[in-house]
Design a protein around this ligand. Structure first.
Ligand SMILES: [Zn+2]
Length: 334
């Protein structure tokens, strides 16, 4: 028995490698936690691997020069990230059948990914979305800070006209909507028009950590009503407003979000580890410490609910939200 598969819905693996030179295949860079061997030995079997691109205004916040000035530059950067995942031989899960087959055959030591675009500026125009889904993108968060599509973190605003077009294209292509980083107005705009699967990959409870980066109890409840999942971020500033974080902070957000959502079956992990995190302030110092989380969650949840939070909730959600295999999609169009 290799134990249950852990799922982490948000890791900026390609960004870390390309923008910061912290490669995926060896041991983690000093002071960091994420790499393929670290993930597989911790029992993580599926990740949301992001295509994150930083706008020019993020130069200071992200301590990077790898930024875009316009949509075309964002496009080139995100394609480079897709190619990074390919170069690593990271297996991409593209449809519900591939997911079922992967989960059924999974053994500890294996890892696969679902591609998640964080900030949609790399999509130069909504009509280009098909090229991205062909590359394997299955989840899109339209915002990071403000993008051409949506108000974002500390950049209030709704969906733009282009954003409305993008969501319509996403629905046609059966892409999952990620609310993380979307400004409050954009979230309510999206709820008004969106009928597809919705999630937040890496956002914590605003009731515990104030600010527009975290989600309100009302948003958590609405995501849950629509069958979605809320991924808990391990980013220190998302776990508590000050001081050193521990796994107990993760549990506190899990408990709060589970209550707001109406049940722990709507909670999962979206750690965002290494996405600009200084691990000295994070809740774990190496991924091996993740094994301390289930026991802490068990004080509040049943064993099955803990398995859900650690991975099966995401697997169930992806199983019903990823598109069906291509052949059956063609057949159903006849
Ligand atoms: Zn983020």
């Amino acid at each position: 028995m290799g134990g249950r598969m852990i799922v982490d819905a948000h890791l900026d693996v390609a960004w870390n490698a390309i923008a910061d030179g912290r490669g995926f295949l060896g041991p983690p860079a000093p002071g960091y936690l994420i790499s393929r061997p670290a993930l597989t030995s911790a029992g993580v079997g599926l990740i949301g691997a992001t295509l994150y691109t930083a706008p020019a205004l993020a130069r200071r916040a992200m301590r990077t020069r790898f930024v875009y000035e316009n949509a075309h530059e964002a496009h080139i950067m995100a394609v480079a990230e897709v190619n990074y995942y390919r170069s690593c031989g990271l297996r991409l899960i593209r449809d519900s059948r591939e997911l079922v087959a992967y989960v059924r055959g999974w053994k500890r030591g294996q890892i696969a990914a679902v591609l998640l675009m964080e900030g949609a500026d790399p999509i130069e125009t909504p009509s280009q979305l098909g090229a991205w889904t062909d590359m394997g993108v299955r989840i899109i968060g339209p915002a990071w800070s403000r993008t051409r599509y949506s108000g974002g973190t500390r950049a209030p605003g709704g969906l733009t006209a282009l954003g409305v077009q993008l969501l319509k294209a996403m629905r046609r292509k059966r892409v999952i909507l990620d609310l993380s980083h979307m400004a409050d107005r954009a979230v309510s705009d999206a709820f008004e028009m969106w009928r597809g699967p919705v999630m937040s990959s890496h956002s914590n409870a605003r009731a515990i950590v104030p600010g527009d980066r975290q989600i309100t109890d009302a948003t958590a409840a609405e995501v849950a009503r629509r069958g979605g999942i809320l991924g808990i971020s391990f980013y220190p500033n998302h776990l508590r407003t000050r001081g050193v974080t521990t796994l107990d902070d993760v549990v506190r957000h899990a408990l709060h979000l589970a209550r707001a959502a109406g049940g722990p079956e709507h909670v999962g992990l979206g750690t965002d580890l290494d996405g600009g995190i200084d691990s000295r302030f994070g809740p774990i110092r190496n991924l091996g410490e993740l094994k301390g989380l289930p026991g802490r969650l068990r004080k509040h949840f049943s064993a099955a609910q803990v398995d859900g939070i650690m991975g099966t909730n995401w697997l169930d959600f992806l199983g019903r939200s990823l598109p069906p295999p291509k052949e059956s999609r063609r057949a159903s169009l006849r």
